[in-house]
Write a protein that binds this ligand. Structure first.
Ligand code: FAD
Length: 547
């Protein structure tokens, strides 16, 4: 990449106009910076623009999965649903973009393909797919942790005569599945959300399952008349509780089950009657709500067996019920919440294809051929996930000091980072929700707000005379990764059977490494803020080199 002379200069460039990029723009602009946002899509929203599949829904309550930095935004926006669906969040992010007049600094349909740090100029040269060049001393990568779709990698896909859909780029205008023979491939969060809705529309639904999911019934519902107005008047209290909550969500969320478990009795010492009563009263939740399930492997095994009994009480066909029971411990993946998932398998028009009994071999002009038989189809909907956490940035040619390529570093060393905010060797490049931060193990919105504020304060410090570059020290980065890993050593999160996007196991060839900080958002915030302030040493931004 060359030609910084012709490039346009800004004080900061933000890549991505999802909810992180929008707040980054607003915050940096408020500090008087000339900011440019480069966004590959034609609108704001990121995740909530692309993932328009039937049933797409947030797993955190709306009053907590929303910006807390502006009282005006909180008072002017009305949430209709407890756990908002994709259309409502997309509308909210468009409202925010308009209300804060953000669009004038966003360049849409502009994909960043390369970024190189110019050591002499202490700035980043950013190149787009259209060949445009931009320069800024600071880059904020707001490219998303779940925004780099994985190719299903099944031979014959282009020979299929029917329609191929992808959950993470579902058609804007929707797609009518009425009267169609539909396959949903994948039973992670997306598949679990989509399957009940697709089953209601399709003539027949075939669910292709490689690995069964633990999925918890969701309390998704519209707010009762007047209910949201009551909450709106209590935002201060809601935000205060959220701020001290381990996962950045104190109300209804996918994490509620994990947070609540400690208060229950131990499964290991419970009698058979107590276990069955729990399942009778609370269904699948009754199998998991025990204090020892996450900490004692034997209790974890008992919980999985009990979960199987709970599923068998819902799903009438015993073979299907057995196939729906996971073979890895509960807690090793982000909990999934669903609306009527297991009940869907009692419908006459739904067939579970358990791929453990015979994998997909190819896609043919008429459907999917597996080692256990062929299925004639009109539509295949892939819900096959993402190259998470590092995927979006690795797909950009990001070159730091000495021309080192970020993608190579992460491929060889795993997803290393200091605090999830910077990678050593890549000065002035800030990552929102980078590896080693609470990201995937938290309410993303709450964790993101902290990141944006930390970055904005750091940029203000540098511009106020603190220095022209900041970069993570390799030693601090190594110590941080050790600290992150120390939280999960011996836990279900590093169990050998736990293949998840959390540890990269879903991407062929990706280095397997768990790097999400699970020490809790309040403690993480405290650490980051202490590092910025200098703590006992008084040296600001310890672990970073400022020059
Ligand atoms: P994104 O929303 O992913 O936005 C990133 C933006 O960067 C995109 O617009 C993308 O086009 C752009 N971009 C990427 N690369 C480039 C490039 N090279 N050039 C230009 N632009 C680029 N989190 C929760 O806490 N709760 C949930 O319930 C939840 N549900 C989710 C459901 C789905 C289906 C997915 C995929 C994620 C979910 N998440 C959830 C995580 C979610 O990604 C975040 O909550 C949030 O939307 C991320 O915002 P973001 O702005 O950081 O990233």
């Amino acid at each position: 990449m060359s030609g910084s002379a012709e490039a346009r200069r800004y004080d900061a460039i933000v890549v991505g106009a999802g909810l992180s990029g929008l707040y980054s723009l607003h915050r940096l602009r408020e500090q008087g910076l000339r900011v440019l946002v480069l966004e590959a899509a034609d609108n704001v929203g990121g995740t909530w623009l692309f993932n328009r599949y039937p049933g797409a829904r947030c797993d955190i309550e709306s009053v907590e999965y929303s910006y807390s930095f502006s009282a005006e935004l909180q008072q002017e926006w009305s949430w209709a649903e407890l756990l908002p669906g994709q259309p409502e969040i997309e509308a909210y992010l468009n409202f925010v973009a308009d209300r804060l007049d953000l669009r004038r600094d966003i360049r849409f349909d502009t994909r960043v393909v390369a970024m190189a740090f110019d050591e002499e100029d202490a700035s980043w040269l950013v190149e787009t797919a259209g060949g445009e060049l931009f320069v800024a001393p600071f880059v904020v990568a707001a490219t998303g942790i779940l925004s780099a779709p994985l190719d299903p990698g099944i031979p014959g896909l282009d020979t299929f005569d029917g329609t191929v859909l992808f959950s993470n780029r579902f058609p804007r205008e929707g797609f009518d599945l009425t009267g169609k023979r539909v396959a949903v491939v994948g039973t992670g969060s997306t598949g679990v959300q989509a399957i009940p809705v697709v089953a209601e529309q399709a003539e027949h639904l075939y669910v292709f399952q490689r690995s069964a999911a633990y999925t918890l019934p969701s309390p998704a519902r519209p707010y009762e008349p007047g209910e949201f107005e009551g909450l709106r008047s209590r935002y201060d209290e809601i935000r205060a509780a959220q701020r001290v909550a381990h996962v950045g969500a104190a109300r209804t969320s996918a994490f509620s089950v994990l947070v609540d478990m400690a208060g229950f009795p131990a499964l290991r010492t419970a009698s058979r009657e107590e276990r069955l009563r729990a399942v009778e009263e609370r269904g699948v939740l009754g199998a998991l709500y025990w204090s020892d399930v996450l900490v004692d492997p034997e209790a974890g095994r008992l919980a999985t067996a009990l979960y199987g009994e709970a599923v068998a009480r819902i799903v009438r066909d015993p073979r299907t019920a057995a196939s729906l029971v996971p073979t890895y411990p509960f807690g090793c993946k982000r909990p999934i919440i669903d609306v009527g998932y297991y009940e869907t398998f009692n419908r006459d028009n739904v067939t579970l294809v358990d791929l453990r009994a015979g994998a997909i071999e190819e896609i043919t002009p008429t459907g999917i051929r597996t080692a256990q038989g062929s299925y004639d189809l009109d539509v295949i909907l892939f819900a096959t996930g993402f190259d998470a956490l590092t995927g979006a940035l690795s797909r950009i040619d990001v070159r730091g000091r000495g021309g080192a390529l970020l993608g190579d570093l992460w491929r060889d060393e795993g997803p290393v980072s200091y605090l999830g905010l910077q990678v050593a060797g890549f000065p002035n490049l800030f990552t929102i929700q980078g590896p080693g931060s609470p990201s995937a193990a938290s309410n993303f919105l709450a964790a993101m707000e902290h990141h944006v504020e930390w970055i904005a304060n750091c940029v203000a410090y540098l511009r106020d005379g603190g220095g022209s570059t900041i970069e993570a020290l390799p030693s601090a980065q190594a110590e941080w990764i050790d600290e992150v890993l120390s939280f999960v050593t011996g836990s279900v999160l590093v169990h050998p059977d736990c293949n998840s996007w959390w540890n990269g196991a879903n991407v062929p060839g990706k280095k397997r490494m768990y790097t999400t900080y699970v020490g809790g958002l309040p403690e993480y915030r405290r650490r980051c803020d202490e590092i910025a302030a200098g703590g006992d040493t008084g040296v600001r931004y310890s672990g970073f080199k400022i020059s």
